[in-house]
Design a protein around this ligand. Structure first.
Ligand code: ARG
Length: 589
């Protein structure tokens, strides 16, 4: 379906051209004086210069011409030259009836349907999943669902970090603790055990211990480096340990992501890109892109228009080791080979922006990706504690994701138990559904690039711009629907959305009609907070309507049935949007 605002624009454009003016002046926008009108057109102001005529004259010409258009209840010219518009109730309710019938609420994306790889999550194997990765998972998941909703083909890739120093650290630490294991016996030629030599709990203890040791003990740090190198050269025993680390860690990660309602289509990892590196580097050298600089092999990526210095992209360090950028370039080689995507979107901490600028430029310049391939970076800010510093637990450690989810669910649980008499079990289930919504909405409702403060009390509030408020609105609708369905006598004629009878109902209908605008803008700007903003406004419009309207006591059966249809549509819009955001509503709360 066309967006409502585009339909009105078309009509106003026709008005301009029928009066002998440039049609493009007829662009309509949302009113910035909602007390006066619903939509407005400022084209007469721009037309004044063009036609050397007072803007109010032009506005009047057009308004008079369009006076009898059935889509307008009111179209008036006001000084100095605005055209103010109110839609006719019939036109608006008709649009909503069409939305009800259409696929996907009539939201249609007209542009090219792309194949998009989204690189998000990005956890590092063997390191606990912490809040730093939380944002990537939440934001990336919502972008994946949004793009998919609009008809793009999307491949979500977790892009595990499995190839860095952390592996050498763990291997070395394990070797010191249990030198008797066959993995460390150079002469061993038999099969290695299938059982991993550690549990996830042990693994999570080993890494921080090894990392701390490396900081304090230079000899150990050197050994860990050597172990990393040996692993990267394919040492048989080390590869076997690495495989164990990977399996144990991935199983745990999958569990965690499941709790977050985040799913990846592919579980690729940094190590998968390694086989592509030699040929990639060879080619860059041959084609003259790569050159030596202070012993390292680099590709220049600065451009004339740069306002700050963009250092060269380093492919190989002077000791021949590869870097994070080398891996990311090789990953693009692999993605091109496997998927040939139209777009690759990276959802990563904004502090990595320079890295991605270098990688993107290098990939374009050296032809790893096609010139028309879009490489996008959605950089997000830090989640801070109430003290304004990166979020930590009470004992000062980095908060583990699991605990964070639990903390939120527990707080919601307490709240439910305070004023409800549902069974403990139901309260637990509901609390985890609401808790996840609180967490995700608390994150997504902020512009991604901004830092934000993790504030449990604010996130779980049932009022204000929060996840629970949105869920509460949906639950309220469900309960009205249930009460209506249980009525003895209901309207037996055709039930459909009628023209709004009151201000608040019209406002609600207008909000419902704007779902396309919100979803399309969120996609094109890669800004899920626009969906939050929209559903918050919609929920507010609904609750205002609800407070001012006696739905269950309405005596006119046809009108009552129309309310119920409208409610049903509001619910579908809200549920569609929260599903895109990656959470759901309970039946009661
Ligand atoms: N593992 C990285 C980290 O923890 C994030 C990976 C982001 N994706 C990428 N292709 N570099 O910082």
């Amino acid at each position: 379906m066309k967006k409502l605002i585009d339909l009105i624009t078309e009509t106003v454009e026709q008005g301009f051209s029928a009066c002998g003016y440039e049609a493009s002046l007829g662009k309509v926008t949302l009113s910035n004086r909602p007390d006066l009108c619903e939509y407005q057109c400022n084209g007469a102001m721009a037309g004044a210069k063009l036609y050397k005529k007072a803007p109010i004259m032009i506005a009047q010409d057009v308004a008079v011409r369009l006076e009898n258009e059935s889509c307008f209840e009111e179209i008036t010219a006001v000084p100095p030259g605005f055209i103010n518009i109110k839609l006719s109730g019939e036109f608006l309710s008709g649009y909503l009836r069409e939305m009800e019938e259409a696929d996907r609420l009539g939201v249609s994306y007209e542009g090219k349907k792309e194949k998009i790889v989204i690189d998000y999550g990005g956890p590092n194997v063997a390191k606990p999943l912490h809040v730093g990765h939380l944002r990537s998972a939440i934001i990336g998941e919502s972008m994946k669902r949004l793009f998919r909703f609009l008809g793009h083909e999307v491949i979500g890739d977790v892009h595990l970090g499995d190839w860095g120093l952390q592996m050498g650290l763990i291997i070395e630490e394990l070797k010191e603790r249990r030198p008797e294991l066959p993995y460390f016996d150079e002469g061993y030629t038999g099969e290695y055990p299938e059982e991993p030599p550690f549990t996830i709990g042990e693994l999570e203890e080993i890494y921080p211990a090894a990392s701390a040791k490396a900081k304090a003990d230079e000899a150990f740090a050197k050994k860990a480096h050597d172990a990393t190198y040996k692993l990267q050269r394919g040492d048989r025993g080390y590869m076997a340990v690495w495989n164990h680390i990977l399996n144990v860690s991935v199983a745990d990660l999958k569990k965690n992501y499941e709790k977050l309602n985040v799913t990846f289509d592919i579980w690729k990892k940094e190590s998968d890109a390694q086989p592509y590196i030699p040929a990639m580097i060879e080619k860059m050298k041959e084609e003259g892109f790569a050159h030596e600089s202070q012993g390292a092999l680099v590709v220049d990526v600065k451009e004339e228009t740069d306002t700050k210095e963009i250092p060269p992209c380093i492919l190989l360090k002077s000791d021949g080791a590869t870097l994070y950028s080398t891996t990311d370039l090789a990953t693009l080689v692999e993605r091109e080979k496997l998927f040939a995507p139209d777009r690759v979107l990276y959802v990563v901490d904004k502090r990595q922006e320079l890295h991605f600028t270098q990688v993107f430029r290098c990939a374009k310049k050296t032809g790893i990706v096609r010139p028309e391939t879009k490489l996008d970076f959605l950089g997000f800010g830090t989640m801070n504690g109430k003290d304004g510093k990166p979020f930590k637990t009470r004992d000062g450690g980095v908060m583990r994701l699991e605990y964070l989810i639990r903390e939120i669910s527990d707080a919601v649980y307490d709240k439910i138990m305070e004023n409800r008499t549902v069974s403990e079990e139901e309260a637990r289930d509901t609390a985890s559904v609401i808790g996840l919504a609180a967490l995700k909405y608390g994150d997504l409702s902020n512009q991604a690039s901004k830092d934000y403060i993790f504030d449990v009390d604010r996130f779980i509030a049932f009022e204000g711009n929060t996840g629970p408020y949105i869920l509460y609105t949906i639950v309220r609708i469900k309960s009205i629907q249930a009460r209506y369905n249980a009525l003895e006598s209901r309207w037996e004629g055709k039930a459909e959305i009628l023209p709004a009878a009151t201000e608040s109902e019209k406002e609600l209908q207008l909000q419902v009609s704007r779902v396309s605008d919100a979803l399309l803008a969120a996609a094109s700007e890669q800004a899920p907070h626009k969906i939050c903003q929209y559903i918050y406004e919609l929920a507010e419009a609904f609750n205002r309507f609800y407070h001012e309207t006696k739905i269950m006591a309405e005596e006119d059966g046809e009108r009552q049935a129309s309310y119920i249809c409208l409610l049903g549509l509001v619910r579908r819009v809200l549920e569609t949007c929260i599903d895109i955001l990656g959470f759901e509503a309970p039946d009661r709360m």
